[in-house]
Design a binder for this molecule. Structure first.
Ligand code: PMP
Length: 383
C-alpha cells in the first residue's frame, strides 16, 4: 500500500512471523490481514480455478443495468445480506466496483447535477474517513468538491457521506443534514457482525460495502453498492464504464466464492462449520479487551467508551468492537500523538487527517496476531 515507508516487512502469506519484538509496527492502514488465520482453516471452501478460456469477454450480463457484473456475484451479495440481515436487497440494484472506493467516486459523479453552476459540496461529520477529502478532490473535478465537516455546512445542495460504524472512531452514525436537494451516501463498510451489533436492516438510497472489511479480501479489490434508484444506478455504472470499462471478472468470481463460503457457514445450526463472523467477533472482543487493559496499564491514553446493542444476527447483546481504535494521548506535553508513537516504532494515522485533533490517532485493529501483540505490549509500557 502507499505511504508505508519505514513499514515492517510483510511476509507474503507464508505463515511465518512477519515481525519481531523490535520491528516497526505499521497500523496506519486498515489492512485486514487478521482474517488470513480464518481462511487458512477453510480448506477448499473458498478456492477457485479459472480455465484459460473463461472470463475473457468485457461483458457479463447485458440485460442488467450493471452490464459488467457477474450474475453469480450479484446472487451471493444478496444471499449474504439476507443471511446477516444488515441491509435490504429487495428492490435494489446491485453494482460492482473495484473496491468500494470506485463506487464512492461513482456515487459523487451520479449525484452531482451536470448543469450546476457550482461544484456540488461533499461533506461528512468530523472525524471523517481520510480518503473522503483526498478522493473527492484529487482530480479537481468541476462537478463536486470537498466542503469539510457536515456540521458546519450551510446550504441545501450537498452530498453527505455517512460512514457507520464510522472510520476512524467507530461511532454509529446517521445523516446530520436534511434538505430537498441534498443527497446521502451511506458507507456501511463496517456494518457486519464482527464489528458491531446488527440492530436494523439498513435501507438507505445508496449503500456501499466491500469485501475488504467484511471478509478481509482487500487485495481482491471488490466492493458493491446497493442502489434504489435506477437512474442513479445507471449513472454510477456509467462512471465505472468510463473509468475502467468494467471490473475484473476474475475478482468478481473469487469474491462470489468467498461470500458464498461465508453464507454456507450459517446455513443450519451445525456449529462445526467455519463461521467467519464468529471468528471475527471472538478476535475483536479479545483485541478490544487487550487494548483497554494496555491503555489502563499505561495511564496516558484514552479510548471511546464501549457501547453495545441487541444484535439481530447473533440474537444476543453485543458490544461495538470497531475495526480502528481512536486513541487519544492525554499527556499534556504530547500534542502530536502520531509522532509520539512513531518514536516508539508504532505507525498510526494522525487525527488531523480525519479533520480532528492531532492528540488523537487512528490505529488499525485488523493486523495479524504477532504485530498486534507487540503493539499491545509496547503501548502498555508507555508512560
Ligand atoms: N470505506 C471505508 C469507511 C473504509 O474504511 C474503506 C477502507 N479503508 C473503504 C471504504 C474502501 O474500501 P475498498 O478497499 O473496498 O476500496
Amino acid at each position: 500500500p502507499p505511504g508505508t515507508s519505514g513499514a515492517a516487512a510483510r511476509a507474503p502469506s507464508t505463515g511465518k512471523p512477519s515481525v519481531t519484538s523490535d520491528s516497526v509496527i505499521n497500523l496506519d492502514h486498515g489492512d485486514p490481514t487478521m482474517f488470513e488465520a480464518f481462511w487458512r482453516e477453510t480448506g477448499d471452501a473458498a478456492e477457485l480455478v479459472i480455465p484459460g478460456w473463461q472470463t475473457m469477454s468485457y461483458f457479463s450480463d447485458v440485460g442488467n443495468v450493471c452490464w459488467f457484473m457477474e450474475p453469480l456475484f450479484d446472487q451471493q451479495v444478496r444471499r449474504l445480506h439476507r443471511t446477516v440481515g444488515n441491509a435490504a436487497v429487495d428492490g435494489y440494484h446491485v453494482l460492482v466496483g473495484t473496491g468500494s472506493t470506485q463506487l464512492f467516486m461513482a456515487a459523487l459523479y451520479a449525484l452531482s447535477p451536470a448543469d450546476a453552476a457550482e461544484p456540488t459540496s461533499v461533506v461528512s461529520t468530523a472525524p471523517y474517513y481520510s480518503s473522503y477529502p483526498a478522493v473527492t478532490d484529487f482530480l479537481r473535478s468541476g462537478l463536486f468538491r470537498w466542503a469539510g465537516d457536515a456540521n458546519s455546512f450551510v446550504g441545501d445542495a450537498y452530498i453527505e457521506l455517512v460512514c457507520s460504524p464510522n472510520n476512524p472512531d467507530g461511532a454509529i452514525r446517521d445523516a446530520v443534514l436534511s434538505s430537498g436537494a441534498g443527497k446521502a451516501v451511506h458507507d456501511l463498510a463496517y456494518y457486519w457482525p464482527q464489528y458491531t451489533p446488527i440492530t436494523r436492516r439498513a435501507d438507505h438510497d445508496i449503500m456501499l460495502f466491500t469485501v475488504s472489511k467484511s471478509t478481509g479480501h482487500a487485495g481482491t479489490r471488490i466492493g458493491w453498492a446497493l442502489v434504489k434508484d435506477r437512474e442513479v444506478a445507471r449513472r454510477m455504472t456509467k462512471f465505472v464504464e468510463l473509468n475502467t470499462i468494467g471490473v475484473s471478472k476474475d475478482s468478481q468470481l473469487r469474491a462470489a466464492k468467498v461470500l458464498s463460503a461465508v453464507s454456507d457457514g450459517y446455513v443450519d445450526g451445525d456449529a462445526s462449520r467455519h463461521r467467519l463472523f464468529d471468528f471475527g467477533r471472538r478476535k475483536m472482543v479479545e483485541r478490544w479487551r487487550m487494548l483497554r487493559e494496555a491503555a489502563a496499564a499505561s495511564g496516558i491514553f484514552s479510548l471511546p467508551a464501549e457501547t453495545s446493542g441487541r444484535c439481530n444476527f447473533a440474537n444476543e447483546t453485543a458490544a461495538n468492537n470497531p475495526a480502528f481504535a481512536w486513541l487519544r494521548c492525554d499527556r499534556e506535553d504530547v500534542e502530536d500523538c502520531a509522532g509520539f508513537l512513531r518514536g516508539h516504532k508504532i505507525l498510526t494515522r494522525s487525527g488531523n487527517q480525519f479533520g480532528a485533533d492531532p492528540r488523537y490517532v487512528r490505529v488499525s485493529m485488523l493486523d495479524r496476531d504477532d504485530a498486534y501483540d507487540i503493539f499491545i505490549r509496547r503501548l502498555a509500557s508507555l508512560k
